[in-house]
Design a protein. Structure first.
Ligand code: 4AD
Length: 457
């Protein structure tokens, strides 16, 4: 167009003083002084010779106004969403009645386009349409994460991990980093990812629990935040093939102590995240109805849960009544948790449906000192238990499961060299986030989710 032709003549000259280099989150305290900000064009519109763009830099959003010469350069007239830009100018509070992020805007005195994003068919908005097919959304995950919802979930994720770590630090529990490549199973052979390790069979870890247990005599109570891997065959909204597993192991404690610790960890972390204005407003944006759970958590024994399911006519996946000894399937568990509507400590699972290492309930040996934490909307977010503390019962348990004890010698030794009563748990970080931020699936709580059939981008 004629206007575009003419505009090619307008070239802004770079000022000697670019002002103070700041991130958008420092905008409020940097009002009325010359500032220099870099970011991406998140929104864009032009009106009466002015160009309004909302800039995004990961720390916040800032409305910028290009006017006069600044709005007439070639780049201004061809600017596209998701282009990267540098802007210089002054942030002014907005008058009453106008609205923009943080109620202010930057009047641009100089700017430059660093990387122009394509327009037309290749334009960002066409690549990431709200209505896009789920599979193409997954293919475009690298673009989807630039959006306000996806990035908000990932920011809450960072705050939650920080909150957990602060809570552990407060309790004097030490962080360790166990290996991902292992030669022992923890949660059953059917979900192991196998690989060739210099000619030997090895697995991607399902849980760091066994390593954490061995740390107790060395380091005291420990925790880790480690990726766990499960070759899950089922497509569900709460199963990933790789997930972030927050696990802890505590020594010299009772089952009651373990439950009290779990309650404090969950509630303490939520209090920390909500006390922080940024993460609190992100949760408000994503899950406006969220209320921090009240203590104490509801307790429910496994046998009572079976009775509850039958009383409420909730059937097994096969359409039958539940009976003691059954694993409670995802659908039934979710219906029960949603109906009850508060976090539940579900305790005392039968030995036969749980992992080999769990301590039996004294006097009721067919059942274990185990706990699942169930949250409305998601179901199980934590699995934990007390562990067998004697060598012989552990050796018997290997045999019962058909596990070769040899590769587990280091785990068994924990009982031989100064055993103690101990217990621990694993919390699925994506499930915790799906509950906290009200996401339909755990996939939304993972940066680049891996699930059946998907290992990219
Ligand atoms: O109940 P799980 O299998 O327990 C363990 O792995 C124990 N060894 C943990 C321990 O005691 N240290 O898994 C623990 C939690 C589950 O409650 C769930 O939140 C999460 O890990 N989880 C998954 N999250 C996403 N995708 C999957 N496929 C998951 N499998 C388990």
């Amino acid at each position: 167009s004629k206007r575009l032709e003419d505009s090619k003549l307008v070239v802004l000259s770079k000022p000697a003083d670019l002002g103070k280099r700041i991130k958008i989150r420092a905008g409020v305290q940097s009002r009325d002084q010359l500032v220099h900000i870099c970011g991406w064009v998140h929104r864009l519109r032009s009106q009466k010779g002015l160009i309004f763009l909302v800039l995004r830099d990961g720390t916040g959003y800032l409305q910028c106004v290009l006017s006069g010469e600044a709005a007439k350069t070639y780049d201004a007239l061809t600017l596209t969403l998701e282009s990267s830009v540098e802007v210089v100018g002054t942030i002014k509070a907005l008058p009453e009645g106008k609205s923009a992020p943080d109620n202010h805007e930057l009047a641009v005195s100089w700017w430059t386009c660093v990387g122009k994003a394509p327009g037309g068919d290749e334009a960002f908005s066409n690549r990431v349409a709200e209505t896009a097919e789920l599979s193409s959304l997954a293919d475009s995950r690298h673009l989807v994460i630039r959006g306000e919802t996806a990035s908000a979930v990932l920011k809450v994720r960072a705050a939650v991990l920080q909150g957990f770590r602060a809570e552990f630090e407060d309790q004097g529990i030490l962080e360790v980093t166990p290996p991902c490549m292992v030669q022992t199973q923890v949660e059953g052979g059917s979900t192991l990812f196998k690989f060739d390790y210099y000619g030997q069979e090895a697995f991607l870890t399902q849980s760091s629990q066994l390593y954490l247990e061995t740390c107790l005599p060395a380091l005291g109570d420990v925790f880790c935040v480690q990726e766990s891997f499960r070759a899950e065959k089922s497509h569900t909204r709460r199963h990933l093939s790789e997930y972030t597993h927050l696990e802890a192991e505590l020594g010299f404690l009772t089952f009651e102590d373990l439950l009290a610790h779990l309650e404090q960890l969950i509630c303490g972390t939520i209090d920390r995240v909500l006390a922080q204005p940024t993460s609190s407003s992100l949760i408000q944006q994503l899950n406006p109805d969220f209320k921090a759970p009240s203590r104490p958590f509801k307790r429910m024994d496994y046998k009572d849960a079976i009775a509850w399911l039958n009383e409420h006519d909730i059937k097994t996946d096969e359409g039958e009544d539940h009976k003691v000894g059954d694993d409670i399937a995802e659908a039934a568990e979710r219906k029960m948790t949603d109906a009850i509507g508060v976090p539940i400590f579900l305790t005392g699972f039968p030995r036969e449906i749980k992992a080999f290492y769990m301590k039996r309930i004294p006097g009721d040996e067919g059942f274990t000192e185990s706990v699942d934490v169930l949250m409305p909307g998601v179901g199980e977010i934590v699995g934990g238990s007390m562990r067998m503390s004697g060598s012989q019962e552990l050796l018997d348990a290997y045999k019962h499961e058909g596990i070769d004890a040899k590769p587990y010698h280091w785990y068994t030794d924990q009982r031989k060299y100064g055993t103690c009563e101990h217990g621990g748990y694993g919390l699925g970080v994506e499930r915790f986030l799906a509950w906290l931020t009200n996401r339909y699936t755990v996939r939304e709580a993972s940066l680049y989710p891996r699930y059946t059939g998907r290992c990219q981008p």
